[in-house]
Design a protein around this ligand. Structure first.
Ligand code: FMN
Length: 389
């Protein structure tokens, strides 16, 4: 564990421990993966302003998220199939989030069910909803989440249709029975296989047992792919808003006009996100979209951010550009794959330390006080003059 000094260290550990076709599922973006790459490169366009001789002895990383004071400006994004990267991965991540008092968002496509996580969760967790064609099933998920004490629903809007991820197609992810190559990868990861053999949770816990006649892996993969509802529109979002009595967060907003609609339909928050570059390839990076959305919605709702954050220095940039909190997708998945709960705890610790020390070196003492003036932006880069001839 002392070897885990960076998120990249956790990524390397996860790559060793998790069978290749599952690790590829974490890593992949859609089509040519340009948006996936842009999510990372956007951070290098911004520089941190180094300020000196400022008293930074006392520093405060806390922030208010949906009206609740949290010690850190972080959250864990919903990630499907966490429980296949490590046995009971969702429970591990929920426990790690609770240890740091940050929000954990359970995916609709989790392996551990809402009820499994609720049984161990000391703190209320958030539930992420995909709207399925079968609206009774969709409403049932909402009711189950409410019954389990989830006070916040994260409604994902950027996956009405699945973006194609070539690596998953080539690996035949979801094939049943498993392909010889997948079986070989499982066999050559005995520690992972042993862990998985000890848990009963190996399929989509929120779905299996809740849809009549659905149990075999083949029919499950097919059912799921058919169920994402391409007809979802803002009237549906408003109806879901009326139905859900808790707080509503709209995830997958990348455009100012959609952010305005999120305000109009009464959401408490939105997440600027492009699904980690897994949906519309060619869309802007999350960081590029952030500033305009913050400027447009101002204080009418809270703006959260995810996409490409791999360090505290990345996180501080998103916070300076107006994010209320920064959510972590792949960094959490690497933590789960590397070591379950301890891997995710280490990931949060790494980011906390990097954020804290970077802020100190920037002469900044509180997350609440961060703004654009703490950065040197792309506009500050010298403009090169080219002359012809
Ligand atoms: C393996 C994987 C699975 C994901 N599953 C979901 C999901 O079930 N629901 C959802 O809303 N977003 C899902 N996402 C998107 C994340 O919530 C988040 O938006 C994205 O990972 C942020 O980018 P980052 O990975 O660079 O932090 C998934 C992302 C990954 C990498």
């Amino acid at each position: 564990m002392d070897d885990w000094l960076t998120v990249e260290d956790l990524r390397k550990s996860a790559r060793q421990r998790v069978p290749g076709f599952l690790f590829d599922y974490i890593e992949s973006g859609s089509w040519a993966e340009t948006t996936l790459a842009a999510n990372r490169s956007a951070f290098t366009d911004w520089r941190l302003r180094q300020r000196v001789a400022v008293d930074v002895e006392t520093r405060d990383l806390s922030t208010f998220v949906l009206g609740q004071k949290r010690p850190l400006p972080f959250g864990l994004s919903p990630v499907g199939m966490l429980g296949l990267f490590h046995a009971d991965g969702e429970i591990a991540a929920a426990r790690a989030a609770a240890a740091f008092d940050i929000p954990f968002v359970l995916s609709t496509m989790s392996i551990c069910s809402i009820e499994d996580v609720a049984r161990i969760a000391a703190e209320p967790f958030w539930f992420q909803l995909y709207v399925m064609r079968d609206r009774n099933f969709t409403h049932g998920l909402m009711d189950r989440a409410a019954a389990c004490g989830c006070d916040t629903l994260v409604l994902t809007l950027d996956l009405q249709i699945m973006g194609q991820r070539h690596r998953d197609r080539r690996n035949r992810l979801g094939a049943s029975p498993m392909t010889p190559r997948q079986l070989f990868q499982v066999a050559t990861h005995p520690r992972w296989a042993l862990g998985m053999s000890r848990t009963p949770r190996r399929s989509f816990g929120n779905i299996v047992g809740h849809v009549a006649g659905l149990d075999a892996r083949a029919s499950l993969a097919e059912w799921t792919a058919r169920q994402f509802d391409p007809s979802l529109d803002w009237d549906d979002v408003r109806r879901l808003r009326d139905r859900w009595k808790g707080k509503l967060v709209l995830k997958g907003i990348l455009d100012v006009d959609d952010a305005e609609r999120a305000v109009a339909c009464g959401a408490e928050a939105l997440v600027v996100s492009n699904h980690g570059g897994r949906q519309l390839d060619g869309a802007p990076s999350s960081l590029e979209a952030l500033q305009a959305i913050v400027a447009s919605v101002k204080d009418r709702l809270e703006v959260f951010f995810d996409g490409g954050v791999r360090s505290g220095q990345d996180a501080v940039k998103a916070l300076c550009l107006g994010a209320r909190a920064v959510f972590l997708g792949r960094p959490m998945a690497y933590g789960v794959g590397a070591g379950g709960q301890s891997g995710v705890e280490r990931m949060i610790e790494i980011l906390r330390t990097e954020l804290d020390l970077s802020m100190a070196l920037m002469g900044q003492t509180s997350v609440a006080g961060l703004d654009r003036s703490a950065l040197l932006g792309p506009a500050a880069a010298p403009v090169r003059q080219y002359t012809v001839g």
